[in-house]
Design a protein around this ligand. Structure first.
Ligand code: HAM
Length: 418
């Protein structure tokens, strides 16, 4: 049997209502904050992600779905959106049209990670990027939007974690300090962390190894090594978050897995989804646009994983799913009336009603079972003596009440249904 690729998943019709609630909530809240949607291609030049996210990050070094196409170009299925949005921003000179571009997206992403609960190889993110301002209020706006979306989905067990990674110069100085701290402990840390020591030392803070964690507890903290500018903006972020009634924790170990961050970073964690507990993450990236050849353009953004959010919603039983109903089921009492029923269905569907009828030549009893399964609000019976007399019965399935209508006055029926 041919199966879906490991780490990918079919989203079946019964799951769609929950997805629609998430997507609808996301669109509404982004609209409230005046963000405009952007859609970018599913694949890009590999170089874009390698350069943007960082060669030594896990995403680029281990997880990208890259392939060479028939023209010999190295292409990659997008593992995240920020690099693509920045490419589009530069390519279409969006900064010339307006100084600040507030953009959002909902899109599939691809990373070849080890699949587990809350971690898949094709997953979906929604996110936002505000490109063109260094206002610290945009940093807070990102956290607010993410938080409001999660709260609107009924989630309660949430922890907002924030940190500042400083500007590149202060971070480079800080990395030297961490290297000094670890230099006599290199043989005690895990093999994975030893690899990171040379290539991406701050990621050692993300190690899941208990011994590494113990060692890193005594490491110098980035917040004690911030430049003044980053320190001041971090203070404003904290003050403004308090004002917005968003409880947060300062987590000096929050380093994030992508290289482009500067200053504020954040994640929102769920206590209800197991080890893959980050529902969203983001932060400021003031140098990415110029790194791709654009003008200096400060920016900030975040992205959230929809599958993880849905898992949290399921575990917190937080979503109230709408009951799926149809307006009308047309029951056919006589198979010779198929053409008439088809016509009637079209008539009512064009009146903007959801309508179903039987295609399987089932008995009237079986058609009624189907009407009940579909939770039809009304059933219209076509056939029998009534049909010969030029009328049809309409049954209200909630009240059991029946009404008779002349077959040439179906306008009346549709008025009743609406
Ligand atoms: P990220 O932290 O790599 O950041 O991903 C954001 C969210 O995507 C995660 O918090 C998680 O919910 C979800 N996610 C990531 N990988 C997987 C996976 N394998 N399976 C399921 N869900 C996953 C970014 O992608 C940045 N582009 C965020 C950003 C935007 N920063 C600035 N602007």
């Amino acid at each position: 049997m041919i199966k879906a690729i490991t780490g990918t998943k079919d989203i079946l019709p019964e799951e769609i209502p929950a997805w629609k609630i998430v997507e609808g909530t996301v669109e509404k809240i982004f609209k409230n904050f005046n963000y405009k949607e952007i859609r970018t291609p599913v694949f890009e030049e590999t170089f874009l992600f390698a350069r943007g996210i960082g060669e030594e990050t896990d995403i680029v070094s281990k997880e990208m779905y890259s392939f060479v196409d028939r023209s010999g170009n190295s292409l990659t299925l997008k593992p995240e959106m920020t690099a693509s949005v920045v490419r589009a921003f530069i390519e279409h000179s969006l900064g010339k049209q307006q100084p600040l571009n507030k953009l959002y997206y909902i899109s599939p992403m691809f990373r070849q990670e080890r699949p587990q609960a809350g971690r898949s190889r094709q997953f979906h993110q929604f996110g936002a990027e505000a490109i063109g301002s260094d206002s610290v209020y945009l940093d807070v706006e990102m956290i607010q939007m993410a938080y409001e979306i999660l709260k609107s989905l009924g989630l309660k067990d949430l922890t907002v974690k924030i940190n500042s990674l400083g500007i590149p110069e202060s971070r480079e100085k800080y990395k030297v300090k961490v290297r000094e701290f670890l230099s006599d402990k290199k043989d005690k840390i895990s093999e994975e962390s030893r690899k990171r020591f040379d290539k991406n030392i701050l990621r050692i803070f993300d190690s899941k190894d208990e011994n590494d964690k113990r060692i890193m507890k005594n490491a110098p903290l980035i917040l004690d090594h911030l430049d003044n500018e980053s320190k001041e903006s971090f203070e404003v972020v904290k003050k403004t978050l308090k004002m917005s009634d968003i409880l947060f924790e300062v987590d000096p170990y929050l380093v994030r897995g992508l290289d482009y961050y500067t200053k504020t970073t954040f994640e929102i964690i769920s206590g209800k989804v197991g080890s893959q507990n980050a529902l969203c993450g983001g932060g400021r990236y003031d140098f990415l646009v110029e790194q791709f050849g654009g003008l200096h353009t400060p920016a900030v953004g975040f992205a959230a994983g929809i599958e993880r959010i849905l898992l949290a919603c399921e575990n917190e039983k937080s979503l109230k799913l709408p009951e799926e109903k149809i307006d009308l089921f047309i029951a056919k009492l006589d198979d010779s009336l198929s053409q008439k029923v088809f016509e009637l269905a079209l008539f009512f569907r064009r009146k903007n009603l959801s309508v179903e009828y039987d295609y399987l030549e089932r008995s009237v009893k079986a058609q009624m079972r189907e009407a009940n399964r579909l939770k039809a609000r009304f059933v219209l019976f076509i056939g029998g003596d009534e049909y010969k007399e030029g009328v049809a019965n309409l049954k209200n399935m909630e009240t059991g009440e029946q009404k008779t209508f002349p077959l040439d006055k179906f306008e009346l029926v549709s008025d009743l249904l609406i």
